[in-house]
Design a protein around this ligand. Sequence first.
Ligand code: UDP
Length: 237
Amino acid sequence: MQKLQQLYEGKAKKVYATEDPNVVIVSYKDDATAFNGQKKGTITGKGAINNRMTNNLMRRLEAAGVPTHYIQELNDRETAVKKVSIIPLEVIVRNISAGSFAKRYGVAEGIVFDQPTFEFSYKNDDLGDPLLNTSHALALRLATREEIDLIHTYTMKVNDLLKGFLKEIGIDLVDFKLEFGKTADGQIVLADEISPDTCRLWDEKTHEKLDKDRFRRDMGGAEEAYEEVMRRLMGEQ
Ligand code: UDP
């Protein structure tokens, strides 16, 4: 599969056209940003880890009945995916309090919820990705009610599956962000990435942070944390 012109460059990935109008190639960068792009840096090796981890999880989710944009891993950093128009909703699920939830509601991090929370942010950097509910999403015509229902169903299934995959390797899934897209034929599929950039992952025993919070909070050891998650997920290689 040939990479043609670059269509888009985001904070962590570039997207290229291919000869097939329904297929694009995603290329993962080592660039890291936080706080809506205000903090910038590099996590060496992150691009390759996020590419391979996302693909590993997308294949397992697809096999379990969640439609995804994944087509084929091309090399360490690049993957062919279905071309979609991204629905501008960041879908966030939380199993344990952390990050903006802890801040917004004035609670400690680490409270295990009786059931997961489900929330949307409006994917809009200029506005700082504000929190919004279903009626707001409908008012803004970001998606239809049927699409939102489907996104909710898929997301809850993804949470159950991911929690299980990660528990097997001694990791608690604290929270994560998903994005969905619409294919040319109107199908809603899971898109974007599932990686330590987009999930909070804590070691189940030590509660050590194995995710982008190490970069956000200047804790050091981000590279090692990403490598550790990869090593546990894929085995030594
Ligand atoms: N998240 C993300 N991209 C964003 C915002 C959040 O991938 O633009 C992920 C984040 O890594 C975490 C979860 O969504 O796993 C919940 O993030 P939160 O709302 O707590 O925001 P943060 O504290 O990261 O600002």
